[in-house]
Each structure stands twice: as C-alpha cells, then as structure tokens.
Design a protein around this ligand. Sequence first.
Ligand SMILES: [Zn+2]
Length: 153
Amino acid sequence: MRCDLCYQSEPTTYVELHHNVGMLLLRREYTTQGELCRGCLGRAFWHHTLRNLTLGWWGAISFFMTWYFLASNLVSYVQARGELAKAAPRRAAPKPVASGEEAQRLLEPFEHNVRMRLRDGETPDSVAQDLSRYHGVELVSAQRFVEQLREAA
Ligand SMILES: [Zn+2]
C-alpha cells in the first residue's frame, strides 16, 4: 500500500489523529486521516500530541476536547502500531537448505559432536533433526551423515 503522506510503497494502516486549538471562545480541530506508513504515523502522532499539549487547553470546551483527543490519539496510535507490526514484511529470508555434497561439507565440523551424542544414547533421528534445523541442511542429508558416522563407529 501507498502511504497517503509520503507516497512510499510501505505497509500502511488507517488512522485518524486530531488536535484541538483553543482560542478562549472559539476552537478549531485539525485532523490527519488516511493510510499511513510507520514513519509518518509516528510523525503525525507527535505533531498532534505536541499541538494538543501546547495549544489545546485554552477554552472551556477546548479543555475537555484536548483531553479527549490526547486519549483517542494514543489509542489510535497504539492500535496502528500493532497493525503495522503484523503487516511488516519478514525481512529475514529463510536460510538456504543445503543438500548432498554441500550438506556433508557443512556438517563435517560436527562429526565429533555427533559421535558423542550417539554414544550418549541419542537416537540417530533426533540428532539428524537437530543438525538439519541448526545448520540449514536437508533432513535426508543430515540423516545420511549421522548414519555414516554410526556405521564407522
Ligand atoms: Zn509515509
């Protein structure tokens, strides 16, 4: 989605933020509403919060509106942050899974460790599963590696 403020293609979420400007007998409201990215959401939140705190209070109705906006902005902000966290792209790409020769080469340094674990009575299967999970190696290759060591022992 495109952010309504900066027009970048980023994960966005819909939000409405307000501030009140009190002028004793008059008051004005300012609103930001739209699909915002994380950066703009933060900037907009502080923009409205700062103005509520400094310009909001001056008037009877304004006094109450300012409290209301401060609270509702905070709720909207926290919810929007939650939405964006869910939408955030998972940047960590999955590790490539090695197989065949490549897998054997990756696992070689753990040969001693595997022998120890087999000697301690762990099943070849659970050892192979750990190897596969922690070292980014195809399970079948890990099983073959463990089998070889077991036969050699
Ligand atoms: Zn933006």
